[in-house]
Design a protein around this ligand. Structure first.
Ligand code: TRP
Length: 333
């Protein structure tokens, strides 16, 4: 039986952090054997914020290197740059005729961007969900592994797929966010406020590119207090957060030891953080080193991108031929 199709796009701005690892990349890696996976760097999407042309190449290379360093196997999945697949902007153009200004203006992510950057409300930003839809439908994907923040975009993709099918005949399956069930874990930020994030408080976020000393420094600054005074008391949220991080990277023995010392009030948060720092270093350093080595090998990255684009174009070309025919763009056959 042929495998079900999965598509996901990876933003090319900013460095990947521990939250991305546990929220996205680790799941991509788990899917690569069981699904027919298309993972791409969303470089066209990044143009909405007008990045410096000098930075694009390094940004794309970094995303590829980091994902491969995390375990994504370019022989198992198609790993490619969005801009290498001309069928995507072609489908985007077709879908734009079915997307209405009013519905696009109502999208919360669009409204956020308008609020944050009122001087750059460009049409690409408005039609961001349409380009995303083209990314997904070009491979007729059924599953889209994304975070909560992207679910509304996938709902729009379903609407656009339905609209196309309704007008031109059934062509596209409706894509749904891929649900990881209980494997979705929270990766709290080190300052006790929310989750690790690319844009907020960089000192409370561990990046996969951080060197060992930076990791240690950040972990040692994690918010704690002078310790519990009553046996078996409930942990304040910022202490739960530190334990949650320990859960992600430390051994069961370490977790048990510190849980017990918390419960009998003998815990020393300095020791806890030192252990957490070393376990984080042991976790992140090999990923960082693999990513650095790969980033230094440009010909290897180019080979990965080329082979990924070949696989993706094969599937994209089929879909676009069907879409043209459905619309009536068929003049020579
Ligand atoms: N918008 C997504 C993000 O910000 C990235 C993305 C672009 C994407 N195209 C996609 C994700 C298609 C899933 C499917 O994270």
């Amino acid at each position: 039986m042929s495998k079900e199709i999965v598509v996901s796009g990876i933003r090319s701005t900013g460095y990947l952090h521990l939250g991305n690892y546990f929220g996205a990349m680790r799941n991509y890696v788990k899917m690569q054997d069981d699904y027919n996976c298309y993972f791409f760097v969303a470089d066209y999407h990044s143009l909405t914020t007008h990045p410096d042309p000098k930075d694009l190449r390094a940004n794309v290379y970094r995303v590829v290197a980091e994902n491969v360093a995390c375990g994504l196997d370019p022989n198992k999945v198609a790993l490619y740059a969005q801009s290498d697949i001309p069928e995507i902007p072609e489908l985007y153009l077709m879908l734009n005729m079915l997307a209405y200004k009013g519905e696009l203006e109502k999208v919360p992510t669009f409204k956020d961007k308008v609020r944050l950057n009122p001087d750059n409300v460009n049409a690409g930003l408005l039609t961001y969900p349409v380009l995303m839809t083209a990314d997904i439908l070009i491979h007729k994907a059924a599953h889209v592994p994304v975070g909560k923040d992207q679910e509304q975009h996938i709902e729009m993709a379903r609407n656009f797929a339905q609209r196309f099918n309704h007008r031109y005949g059934d062509l596209f399956p409706e894509p749904f966010p891929f649900n990881f069930g209980d494997t979705l874990v929270k990766v709290p930020s080190l300052d006790g406020n929310g989750k690790m994030s690319k844009s907020e408080n960089l000192n409370a976020t561990l990046f996969l590119a951080d060197d060992d000393d930076t990791i240690r420094k950040k972990v040692m600054k994690a918010k704690t207090d002078s310790g519990p005074t009553e046996m078996n008391s409930e942990m304040p949220e910022y202490i739960q957060n530190v334990f949650q991080l320990l859960n992600l990277v430390s051994s069961k023995e370490t977790i048990d030891t510190f849980t017990n010392t918390y419960n009998d009030c003998t815990i020393r948060y300095g020791d806890l953080k030192k252990q957490l720092a070393e376990d984080m270093v042991a976790f992140i350093a090999p990923i960082r080193e693999r990513a650095q080595a790969l980033q230094a090998d440009e010909s290897q990255i180019q080979k990965i991108l080329k082979e990924g684009a070949e696989k993706a174009r094969e599937s994209a070309a089929k879909t676009i031929a069907e879409a043209r025919k459905a619309i009536g763009i068929s003049y020579y056959g």
